[in-house]
Write a protein that binds this ligand. Structure first.
Ligand code: UDP
Length: 499
């Protein structure tokens, strides 16, 4: 049948597990998927990472470094058929997808199935033993079925978020709730957690045009052979167990996956080319007292209104603390904001560093001078704060961020909330200022100083970081889960041999 063996791949004669990773090409999905793939390779599995051309450059430094170190990693670059779905050239980069063509983008992704099947059926290609597909790729169900291999759903989310989301859905918690902003208690948890439909609608639920897609995503999850996620057991044992039980599925927690990166060079280019040199950034931090700097960033997607940008800047200035502020699309907020940022930089020279563009986030968070993180609570950022032992100022915007914020503030006790109740969808929201400068100032002071409460938060954050690091070391839970994954999905070398 033309199938080769996984060990044909140049990954070494003993490689018998071959994971095909199919990330969603948003940075918050792509980065942790690549890190997870590289971690599996570190433990001896062959991995193939599927990527579309505009995104290859974002992951190439990490992959090249891994290959140079002798890890068995393949990149499978496949173009999206953009024209077939009426998408413009270059729209395999999610930043270039027109806002009214998102359903087309997801349909174009589903078209990857056939070329992928052809790729893995071709003579010479190593045959997979397991597909690990982002949960946003429901079409991977058919791919895995056609390749006759098991399929795992990949998440970079905490089990707390996954379980809350699952429980509100399976127990119909929003039924009869008239107002999307009315809080309901998440059913089936020991802890009382309140959430609104607007804050946690469920994956793709309530997004016009995505009704069927949301059902497909759920169905693909129901039929998956297990779940891999960027969390670690010791942080949330009850939620990992609760979610595995609720789904009747094995959940492999393998995080924090950012700990794959231990060298300045790959840390500095993780996810994209940084807008500031690693050395410049580290030199700046070297000049600051330990635990004194607030790092401020809202991930790769969230956008602020121009007036909110100004308000945040004034709050940071008023806090009196040193800060690194990542200003996304700084040139797109208009003349007034550009001028404001320039003047602010003058006033806080030496105390405030603005990064206009991509920041080497994990590199920064790992520096001893950093003492807190103002974050939108994307799960990767939250997990990176936890890994660095940092308390957070929780400022959620949309998607899973409200649940992550609750997890950090109410469950882990390592955060201060800025009090945002309603989601802000990209640039479509109406309010210009959601969080005032005084709230920013108070939250920053509270996290970096904050008396006994502040000290207690810092202590909890440090304790979690120690557990996070232990989880990925030999004998740790995530380390054990990576080995277990490899063992679970390896096959006898002869199993797929050509017949
Ligand atoms: N990130 C980064 N530099 C930036 C912005 C983001 O390195 O300037 C990384 C960050 O470390 C994290 C990911 O991009 O790993 C963002 O994922 P997250 O889940 O936090 O948020 P999202 O971008 O999905 O909203």
């Amino acid at each position: 049948n033309g199938r080769g063996t996984a060990s044909d791949a140049g990954g070494g004669a003993n490689v018998k597990a071959h994971f095909v990773f199919i990330p969603l090409m948003f940075q918050g999905h792509l980065i942790p998927a690549v890190d997870t793939a590289l971690l599996l390779a570190t433990h001896g599995a062959l991995v193939s990472i599927v990527v579309t051309p505009s995104n290859t450059g974002r992951i190439r430094p990490a992959v090249d470094f891994a290959r140079k170190s002798g890890l068995p990693v393949r990149l499978v670059e496949l173009p999206l058929d953009l024209a077939a779905e009426g998408l413009p050239d270059g729209a395999d980069d999610v930043e270039k997808v027109p806002s009214d063509l998102w359903t087309n983008y997801f349909r174009a992704l589903a078209r990857l199935r056939e070329p992928l099947e052809r790729h893995f059926h071709a003579a010479g290609a190593p045959y997979p033993t397991c597909v690990v597909a982002d949960f946003c790729h429901p079409w991977a169900k058919e791919l895995a079925a056609n390749l006759a291999v098991p399929r795992l759903s990949f998440f970079s989310m905490c089990a707390f978020c996954l379980l809350c989301q699952h429980n509100v859905e399976r127990f119909n918690a929003y039924d009869g709730v008239a107002d999307d902003n009315e809080p309901v208690v998440v059913p089936g948890l020991e802890k009382r957690v309140e959430v609104s439909r607007a804050q946690a609608p469920g994956f793709f639920r309530g997004t016009p045009g995505f009704e069927m897609f949301a059902d497909d995503v759920e169905q693909a999850l129901v039929e998956a052979d297990g779940i891999v996620t960027n969390s670690f057991l010791e942080m949330e044992p009850e939620y990992v167990a609760g979610y595995a039980e609720a789904r009747s599925m094995k959940v492999w927690t393998v995080g924090p996956v950012s700990l794959f990166h231990q060298r300045k060079a790959t840390l500095a280019s993780r996810g994209n080319t940084a807008a500031i040199g690693a050395d410049e950034c580290l030199r700046w931090l070297d000049g600051k007292e330990p635990g004194s700097v607030m790092y401020v960033s809202f991930g790769s997607i969230a956008q602020a209104e121009p007036k909110q940008v100004v308000e945040l800047g004034l709050g940071l200035e008023a806090s009196g603390h040193p800060f690194i502020w990542v200003v996304k699309n700084a040139d797109q907020h208009g003349e007034d904001v550009t001028e404001f940022l320039r003047e602010l930089e003058g006033r806080v020279a030496g105390r405030g560093l603005l990064i206009r563009g991509w920041a080497p986030q994990v590199l920064i968070l790992s520096h001893a001078a950093v003492g807190g993180f103002v974050t939108h609570c994307g799960w990767n950022s939250t997990m990176e704060a936890i890994t660095a032992g940092l308390p957070v100022v929780a400022w959620p915007h949309f998607a899973d961020q409200f649940l992550n914020a609750k997890f950090a503030v109410e469950v882990l006790g390592i955060g201060v909330d800025v009090g945002v109740m309603e989601p802000l969808m990209y640039r479509m929201d109406q309010k210009e200022i959601v969080v005032g400068r005084d709230v920013v100032e108070k939250a920053v002071r509270s996290v970096l100083d904050g008396g006994d409460e502040g000290e207690e938060r810092r202590r909890r954050a440090r304790a979690l970081a120690a557990k996070a690091k232990a989880a990925v070391e030999e004998g740790g839970s995530s380390h054990g889960n990576l080995l277990d994954l490899i063992k679970s999905f390896e096959v006898d070398a002869g199993c797929f041999a050509s017949t």
